[in-house]
Design a protein around this ligand. Structure first.
Ligand code: SF4
Length: 305
């Protein structure tokens, strides 16, 4: 099939089968185009709870599809590519957190939403990159273990000097590659541009940013300014802005480094196959695991509000 035929076939099949497509903003423009909803991972999982369709197809990585399933257990949830895994989400083992809790029973364990359902099930509260500072600031505990991203954890710690924030080894292998030298080179190349960066980047790179925030925040910041912006996050965001708002002047910071190969596993052919039952994979969580993981998300909503 040609690309246009494939798109037509996807739209026809998803309508006939009552399937909704969710696409993370890091997806390629052709995937964004066929999606019913586009956004950050947690926003997508909340949006999915309001959909009429019995089945949702997540174009993203596994932890995102798991979060959809945690919040919408009655729906069939399909991940568009069975191999699309976020390396950061699987860096820690459940047993490491259980051991830490035994040794530090008075510490609160905070999990970034980029974690497996299994890890969420042994943590106290989840956060997103946009809500992390607010939620951690509201926690009664002073001693906090923040997993799995030490870069985001360091960003939170810097904003909240009254908290003792403990970190474990790990990182987003995509954002962590960005160095201070990369940032300075981009600023030299585009001296009139602002710099918007994701807090998964290293602190020494973030120090030069005009804005630090989640994917949705970076898009909002870029749309709100008349000045050009260097986009310091996965290249899908810059591609998305260029595609949706061609009048905006944006520059990608280190395109080669800021490409998440897992996010780019999703293709139109893969989406078509998954919709037709010939690809992707169903997300299954035991009810015990789902309920335990949901507690940390419920706590996020409690403290976030
Ligand atoms: S960009 Fe980083 S955090 Fe996001 S899915 Fe890829 S590896 Fe995971």
């Amino acid at each position: 099939m040609t690309k246009d035929q494939l798109i037509e076939a996807i739209l026809k099949e998803k309508k006939q089968r009552n399937i909704s497509i969710l696409a993370h903003t890091y997806q390629a423009p052709e995937i964004i185009d066929i999606a019913d909803i586009t956004g950050d991972s947690f926003a997508l999982s909340v949006a999915a709870t309001k959909l009429q369709s019995d089945t949702v197809l997540m174009c993203g990585v596994r932890f995102m599809a798991e979060t959809v399933k945690i919040l919408s257990p009655e729906k069939r949830v399909i991940l568009s590519d069975a191999d699309a895994t976020c390396p950061m989400a699987v860096q820690l083992q459940k047993s490491q957190i259980e051991q830490y809790r035994k040794e530090h029973p008075d510490h609160t364990v905070v999990a970034y939403i980029n974690t497996t359902a299994e890890l969420k099930s042994v943590c106290d509260v989840c956060v997103t990159s946009s809500s992390a500072v607010k939620i951690v600031s509201k926690l009664p505990a002073k001693d906090i273990l923040f997993i799995p991203d030490p870069n985001l954890g360091s960003f939170v710690a810097k904003q909240l000097p009254d908290k003792n924030i403990y970190l474990m080894n790990g990182c987003c292998p995509v954002h962590h590659q960005i160095t201070a030298e990369d940032v300075l080179a981009a600023k030299n190349q585009h001296p009139d541009a602002k710099l918007a960066m994701h807090p998964e980047c290293r602190p020494e790179a973030l120090q030069y940013a005009d804005y630090i925030g989640a994917t949705s925040g970076i898009i909002e910041y870029t749309m709100a300014t008349d000045e050009p912006v260097i986009i310091g996050t996965e290249r899908g965001v810059c591609d998305y802005i260029k595609y949706k708002h061609p009048d905006k002047k944006v520059y990608q910071l280190c395109k080669d480094k800021l490409t998440c190969t897992n996010m780019k596993l999703t293709t139109l052919q893969g989406v078509y196959d998954a919709i037709c039952g010939n690809g992707g994979c169903d997300i299954e969580l035991s009810e015990q695991l789902r309920v335990a993981a949901k507690k940390s998300i419920d706590n996020m909503l409690y403290y976030g509000n």
